[in-house]
Design a protein around this ligand. Sequence first.
Ligand SMILES: Nc1ncnc2c1ncn2[C@@H]1O[C@H](COP(=O)(O)OP(=O)(O)OP(=O)(O)O)[C@@H](O)[C@H]1O
Ligand SMILES: [Mg+2]
Length: 352
Amino acid sequence: MNPFKFGTIVEGDFFTDRVAETTQLAQKLDSENHIVLISPRRFGKSSLVQRVLSQTDRPILQLDLQYVLSMEDFASQLLRAIFKRFQMEKVRHAMSHFRVIPTVSSNPVTGAMEVSFHPSANTSVLLEDAMALVDKVTSPDKRLIIVLDEFQEVLKIKKGFDKQLRSLMQHQKNLNYILLGSQESMMEAIFEKKTSPFYHFGQMIRLPKIPHEDFMVYITERLPNGDANVAEEILQFTTCHPYYTQQLSSQVWEMMKYQKIKEDVVTKAIEALVTMHDLDYERLWQNLNRTDRFTLKQLVMNRQPMQSGGLAASTSYSSLLRMMRSGIVVRSTHYEVEDPFFRQWICRNITQ
Ligand SMILES: Nc1ncnc2c1ncn2[C@@H]1O[C@H](COP(=O)(O)OP(=O)(O)OP(=O)(O)O)[C@@H](O)[C@H]1O
Ligand SMILES: [Mg+2]
């Protein structure tokens, strides 16, 4: 079986490194503090959190704010998670204070449990009731852990939602929140801006890429010929980005194993992946305006747009900001195209 995996949460043998982060998270969960975990997309936040959670027998509730459509929906999804995790007997008793009684039904199409409210119900009341139930189901000896993924979406769900949520959260005891986010600038605005309701709400942890040495060992051991030069070439291209590294390694493994390719296998694997995604990249490119295309071209030619001329610095800057918000561009020590295969696709097309 292919020993590389990408796209979903990785566990067990597929998971590498993150030893320090795993310990750090586990220790934080052993306190009254909350955790804010930030990284760019697909760096391994969910995998790390699942790893830490798999080592505890405390009850866990998980919501992804990307899929929460309104405040009412948040209350409904939170209740659904509670109903699934705790025995109905315990919950029913704890709901005696509810001002609006939810309806629980089974969706005839998906079979999933649904929680709904009377349309005229006051949304703030629903939220308060649901958050109060959280308090009732948690206990000092089995403290609840609530994971809210893509937390920056809190700003988009409804104006003022962040404020309401924060004021309800600050009274809760005997639980830890883990708030994950991949839009760094928004996460920073939420947790580091003094005027934000979530200012300094929890300990902020930034997840880096996987260290080069760890990835070298991980890849080399799993390649059919155990060739460290091939592993090094893969990492040169992906700069240790967890997802893209696994993706390229997986392709290289297949080409070595099934097509018996020995020469230039990394280059051939990159070419194959770029070709595979040609349609997606073309669509992405077509949806960009000329300024953004120009900026990307500068980036793939290793020029930093604001210093390279051609466009006014302010125009370049707003183009970079726009593309950072949509995740096409990321910034570490310098601006770069997030997806190395898209970078390669641009290279291939502009140099033709
Ligand atoms: N510790 C790890 N060891 C090996 N590969 C990893 C590790 N963490 C992440 N990856 C690789 O990165 C991919 C993305 O991981 P994951 O879904 O956990 O990231 P994420 O930051 O939660 O992503 P998203 O921003 O999409 O929510 C995995 O499918 C896997 O290929
Ligand atoms: Mg995730």
